[in-house]
Design a binder for this molecule. Structure first.
Ligand code: B12
Ligand code: SF4
Length: 478
């Protein structure tokens, strides 16, 4: 049999982030050297992977579901699996997130040294293709849903190209059934990950979704999504994650979709805007369709900050009322703040703390602004001379769990801001607060306890690493 006739084998690899959501480790390897902290970090990393974040990557599930005769695809999730280097692969596909490009490039190099071809795709390959080109034999620029079939055919036929570029955004009205056959279902907290829309009509300057997926909201047909939920339920009866950035972005669509899901009696979580609290009909439908928790991006409680960062759909005055309405409907709220935006002063720390208490938010998340290369805020901060690393040094803007400052806040010096931030997280994330939040949660009390308890640990790491960074900056070492 000639090599052209042999089945081509493709491996899709998910690369974990080295800190933060995929692992509860300190950025400072030295600080974790003690046996106790090492064991604690490792154990917690394991818990996080299993309990909190370990859901499969929908991107690679979509690619693995594309069926091309003469090509077989397998999947390796580096959170659980060893790299299958003992086998022959004709092509390895790796998704590259901005902030985690280095591990992806290192992995690509390992395969290429062995003569295996590598294709890179995902947000970083889309936004910065020139920086990825030398690390890959082929690049996929854009959403790969349509491109992948063509690429696999070219691989099979022996003429893989160096670049595949999305023309128009893929038409989501076409049915592309997502298969789970690539997954070891038991490894995950749940494998029920579903996306109903893509693109975002908003333009928050710290976000790369509108850069990558465009400003027009694209919908999958309600029927298709309902069929997918039914099919997924046959293999896995656990909770569903609707991965949409804003599951209520089109209220009429969401109303229709979630009404149709009520009879399926699923439990689900997702991300929404707080505006949901002002739509009692949709709120009731969400609750009746099994919504247990929603992550809402509150960002700042100062309109000046939200406006400075082009987040116009979140007037501060409405936030508390909306959050109470969502909780009153029996849905837990994960409230995500960013402290240190351009309108924030040190008084904001107290305002956030009081707001969390008053609204009884179930799981607070108090983030630091991460300027992601390729986002409008990154370019603006660079132009204003406020980035702490060179604008071309993308590696310095790595993923981390609020563990390092990457920019200079506008209204405060670092010396004022960092203690204000660490003081805030040390007051908000305590074991006592974790238990109180679990006891008053409208539903899912054990999940609320687990998230808050993990955050006690993770914000502890954040404080340790930030203090270390500040000491370094004082000494003139970054
Ligand atoms: C759900 C989600 C999570 C979940 C689950 C992640 C998981 N295991 O899948 C959790 C909460 C764990 C998470 C974590 C993080 N996330 Co997140 N997340 C998302 C979210 C909301 C949806 C991801 C998704 O499934 N999209 C649907 C799929 C179909 O789209 P896609 O991933 O873009 O894939 C398409 C293309 O990119 C391309 N493609 C992707 N991979 C590959 C690979 C190959 C080989 C090819 C050819 C093509 C290709 O084809 C796909 C199909 O069209 C996105 C926002 C978004 N709308 O995408 C943010 C997003 C991806 N996350 C982001 C960030 C910053 C993070 C964290 C760093 C957060 C943190 N501070 O720790 C971590 C990083 C974790 C990691 N190891 O990558 C950013 C990434 C920014 C960037 N430019 O890279 C995004 C875009 C959000 C944002 N507001 O900017 N995240
Ligand atoms: S942060 Fe959310 S609302 Fe804002 S642009 Fe990104 S996806 Fe859209």
């Amino acid at each position: 049999m000639s090599s052209m006739e042999k089945n081509k084998s493709v491996l899709l690899v998910f690369v974990q982030a080295s800190s933060g959501v995929d692992g509860a480790a300190s950025l400072d390897a030295e600080a974790s050297k003690g046996l106790f902290s090492l064991l604690k970090d490792r154990a917690l990393s394991g818990v996080i992977k299993r309990a909190q974040f370990a859901i499969p990557p929908l991107s690679l599930m979509i690619l693995a579901s594309v069926d091309v005769p003469g090509v077989t695809q397998e999947f390796c999730d580096l959170r659980f699996d060893r790299l299958p280097l003992d086998r022959h692969w004709d092509l390895v596909g790796i998704g590259v997130q901005t902030g985690a490009a280095r591990p992806a490039f290192e992995l690509a190099a390992r395969f290429r040294q062995r003569g295996t071809k590598v294709v890179l795709g995902g947000p970083y390959a889309t936004i910065f293709p020139e920086r990825c080109r030398e690390h890959a034999d082929a690049l996929v620029i854009g959403e790969a849903d349509d491109i992948w079939e063509k690429l696999l055919e070219d691989l099979r036929d022996g003429h893989l190209k160096a670049e595949y570029r999305q023309g128009a955004f893929p038409d989501l009205s076409l049915e592309r059934p997502v298969s789970k056959s690539m997954l070891d279902i038991g490894s995950y907290f749940t494998t029920n990950v579903v996306q109903t829309t893509r693109g975002c009509p908003f333009s928050c300057d710290f976000c790369s979704v509108h850069v990558m997926n465009g400003h027009r909201l694209r919908h999958r047909p309600v029927d298709t999504v309902v069929r997918e939920v039914e099919r997924f339920l046959e293999q896995d009866r656990r909770i569903f994650f609707f991965l949409d950035d804003t599951v209520n972005a089109d209220e009429a669509y969401a109303q229709e979709l979630f009404s149709r899901l009520i009879p399926l009696k699923i439990r689900w979580v997702g991300q929404s805007t707080t505006a949901l609290g002002e739509n009692p009909r949709l709120l009731e439908t969400f609750a009746r369709s099994g919504c247990g928790a929603l992550l809402v991006g509150i960002e700042s409680l100062a309109d000046a900050s939200n406006q400075a960062h082009h987040k116009f759909h979140n007037p501060a005055a409405r936030q508390a009322r909306c959050i109470r309405a969502i909780r009153d409907a029996g849905i837990c709220v994960y409230g995500s703040f960013i402290y240190g935006l351009d309108g924030d002063t040190a008084a904001m720390a107290g305002t956030i703390e009081e707001f969390i208490e008053e609204t009884e938010i179930d799981v607070p998340g108090i983030n630091l602004l991460r300027p992601i290369p390729g986002t409008p805020v990154f370019d603006r901060l660079a132009d204003e001379g406020r980035l702490l690393h060179g604008r071309d040094d993308h590696e310095a803007f790595r993923f981390s769990w609020a563990q390092e400052m990457l920019y200079l806040p506008k209204q405060m010096s670092l010396e004022e801001f960092v203690p204000s931030y660490t003081g805030l997280t040390s007051r908000v994330f305590t074991i006592g607060n974790a238990v109180r939040r679990a006891l008053r949660a409208p539903t899912l009390p054990s999940a609320v306890l687990m998230f808050n308890s993990l955050y006690v640990h993770m914000y502890g790491l954040s404080r340790r690493d930030l203090r270390k960074q500040m000491a370094g900056l004082r000494k003139g070492v970054n």
